[in-house]
Unconditional design. Structure first.
Length: 259
C-alpha cells in the first residue's frame, strides 16, 4: 500500500511504485521515478530526472537530484540514478550529471550514505559503499564496490577509489587510491592493505598473501612505478583476479596514484 502524507507535494507525472511511503512536506517533482517499497522521510526534495530503486530509505532533509554545482550548467536535462536498498541519511545532497560528464550521476545498490555527505555531478558509485558523515565527493569521481570513505573526507574531482579500499576520516584525496588499500592524512598517503576489511570480506589466505606481495612490489621495493608494474605483471601472482584488478587499476590511472 502506497502512503503519501497529505502535506507532501507529489507531481501527478511522478512515477510512484507500490508500497512507497512519502513523509510530511516532502516535494517530488515531475519525471521522478520511485520504485516499490522505498521510504521517503519528511522534508525531502527530489528533483526532476531522479530515479530511485526498490527498498531504499531516504531520511529527512535530504536533497536528491538537484542541479549540478557546475558553472557551465545551462539547465540541460540530466539525471541521477539510484539503485536498490540504499540508505541515504539526513541532509545528504546528491546531484544530477552534466552533459560534458555523460549526463548522469549513478549510485548502485546497498550503499550507506551517512548524514551531510555530498555526491557531486557525474560521480559513479558502485555497490555496498559506505560514506561516513560529511564525506564529500567532487565531480566525476569513481568509487568501486565495498569502498569505505571516512567522515569529513574530501575527494578531488576525477579521482578513483578502488574496491575494498578504506579512507580514514579527515583525509584529503588528490590522487587515485588503489583497490584493497588503506589511506589517510591531510593529503592521503597509503598505509598498507585494508587487511581487516579483506578478512571480513572472506578473502582467502592465498589471495591475501598475493595482494601483500603485490603491494610490496609496487610501493615498497624502491623501484620506479613503471618498473614495479612490469615486475608485478611478470610475477605468477598476477594471474590471481584481485591482483589483476590491482594492477589494471594502477595502470589505468590518469591522475596518478597515492603512495
Amino acid at each position: 500500500m502506497t502512503l503519501i502524507h497529505p502535506t507532501a507535494t507529489v507531481d501527478p507525472k511522478a512515477e510512484i511504485g507500490e508500497g512507497v511511503e512519502i513523509g510530511p512536506y516532502s516535494v517530488i517533482e515531475k519525471g521522478v521515478s520511485i520504485r516499490e517499497g522505498t521510504k521517503i522521510g519528511p522534508h525531502v526534495v527530489i528533483r526532476e530526472g531522479t530515479e530511485i530503486g526498490k527498498g531504499c530509505h531516504v531520511f529527512q532533509f535530504a536533497s536528491i537530484g538537484e542541479a549540478p554545482q557546475f558553472s557551465g550548467y545551462r539547465g540541460e536535462r540530466t539525471s541521477l540514478r539510484i539503485g536498490d536498498r540504499n540508505i541515504i541519511r539526513e541532509f545528504v545532497t546528491l546531484h544530477r550529471g552534466t552533459v560534458k560528464g555523460g549526463g548522469k550521476t549513478v549510485i548502485g545498490n546497498d550503499n550507506f550514505i551517512m548524514a551531510y555527505s555530498h555526491v557531486a555531478h557525474d560521480c559513479q558509485i558502485g555497490n555496498q559503499v559506505v560514506m561516513a558523515n560529511g564525506a564529500t565527493l567532487a565531480g566525476h569521481i569513481l568509487i568501486e564496490d565495498y569502498a569505505i570513505i571516512g567522515g569529513l573526507s574530501a575527494i578531488h574531482q576525477f579521482c578513483r577509489v578502488g574496491a575494498h579500499a578504506i579512507i580514514g576520516g579527515l583525509t584529503g584525496v588528490l590522487l587515485d587510491i588503489p583497490p584493497y588499500t588503506k589511506a589517510q592524512g591531510d593529503r592521503a598517503r597509503l598505509y598498507g592493505l585494508n587487511t581487516v576489511g579483506l578478512k571480513r570480506a572472506n578473502f582467502s589466505e592465498e589471495t591475501l598473501r598475493a595482494l601483500k606481495k603485490a603491494y610490496r612490489i609496487v610501493f615498497r621495493s624502491g623501484l620506479t612505478l613503471e618498473k614495479a608494474m612490469k615486475k608485478l605483471a611478470e610475477d605468477e601472482i598476477s594471474q590471481i583476479p584481485q591482483v589483476q584488478h590491482f594492477l589494471q587499476f594502477i595502470q589505468g590511472s590518469k591522475r596518478g596514484i597515492s603512495r
